[in-house]
Design a protein around this ligand. Sequence first.
Ligand SMILES: Cc1cc2nc3c(=O)[nH]c(=O)nc-3n(C[C@H](O)[C@H](O)[C@H](O)COP(=O)(O)OP(=O)(O)OC[C@H]3O[C@@H](n4cnc5c(N)ncnc54)[C@H](O)[C@@H]3O)c2cc1C
Length: 391
Amino acid sequence: MDFTIPAEITALQAAFSDFLEREVRPLEDEYARSFWEASVDQAALKPVVDEVRRRSAAAGFYAPYLPEEVGGEGLSVVGTTLLVEDAAASGMRLAMVAVAPPNPAGPSTLLLKLPRHLWDDYLIPVAKAERTMCFALTEPEAGSDAQSIRSSAVRDGDDWVINGHKHYITNGDDADFAIVFAVTDADKRAAGGITAFVVPRDQYRVGKTQYNLSDSHPAELFFDDARVPGDHVIGEVGMGFLEAMSFLNAGRAYIGAQSLGLAEFALRSATEHVQARNAFGKPLAKFQGVSFPLAKSKVDIEAMRWLVYHLAWRVDTQGDPLAIMGDASITKYATTEWAYEVADRALQAFGGMGLMNEGPIERILRHLRMLRVVEGASEVQLLVIARTLGL
Ligand SMILES: Cc1cc2nc3c(=O)[nH]c(=O)nc-3n(C[C@H](O)[C@H](O)[C@H](O)COP(=O)(O)OP(=O)(O)OC[C@H]3O[C@@H](n4cnc5c(N)ncnc54)[C@H](O)[C@@H]3O)c2cc1C
């Protein structure tokens, strides 16, 4: 097996690091604290987030996985994964905005399944960071069991009319349009009865912003006779659920890469801290009670790395998404769980400073706690893994 990263990708990583330091670091230094905080007014931060997205799109880093014809670079999943890891490992919250996956506000590859005449309205403006979107699947009565959604879409002449209530939708309060999943055939549901639509902002109502422990505050969306033209369907009618599932493997690699990068940042910060801080007449690092947990974190990080890279390589090179699903779930489960433990050990090594919101770890821990729940909670990944065992 050859695990060498191609020279063109390492060159891209170097250019991305330069970009982050030059274009994002100054904004991070000025605004970072507010981004991580749980109760900050989201709207006040919007101009800064938009600016980072625009700078990144102009430099070619925002959505590099898209084809060149729509403003991307045609970058592989391996290449994109490495950029996501680097963004998270920088420790900058705004760096994680600079590269679209795994942030649902950026262009989903699902938009490539829209009719081409709609790309100028939806796909290309999001790829250029002129507009943003959201991905609206979860409902109050259907989270892990997503195929139980109640939102419905019915034909009315040439249009579709959508009714339903979504919640926990990231970027829901700011998006210019939503990718919305609704039932079009209640008997078939996941097997041909759920359709994905693009719905412009003027067709739905945004409810409350849902502030929570993490650094990402989603919103409720209400669809009351939302009307879209018949061509606003992603892929085929009835195939929305399966379309979404087929993109999940790459999504799991990106969540894994973000977890890996944050774990690297946490370990690096803790390592520097225990070398610099003294107790009982010597650096904390000299106590094995301090250094061994960090050594264990290094083991976890290397194991995470190869799970993530291997999954990304499989998505790039192997056609059948169903065959990769088990590996995708293993990667999502292991990386989010282990990264959380790595951050928790780093917090312990920092002592009281670990708990302070001015320190480097507390915010990372909160973000990682969220990743164990979103896009398929850990238990749902175990469910898929158990199925691969025939259980
Ligand atoms: C900050 C944040 C952002 C989000 N962003 C989005 C978004 O942009 N778009 C979107 O559509 N959704 C989004 N979500 C929703 C997220 O994907 C769901 O919260 C998640 O899928 C879990 O669903 P639930 O909250 O309904 O929990 P439930 O489904 O009620 O699950 C509760 C618990 O039961 C466990 N459980 C459920 N079924 C089983 C089972 N069969 N076996 C064992 N354990 C089980 C779960 O793992 C979990 O621990 C977001 C959520 C949060 C918190």
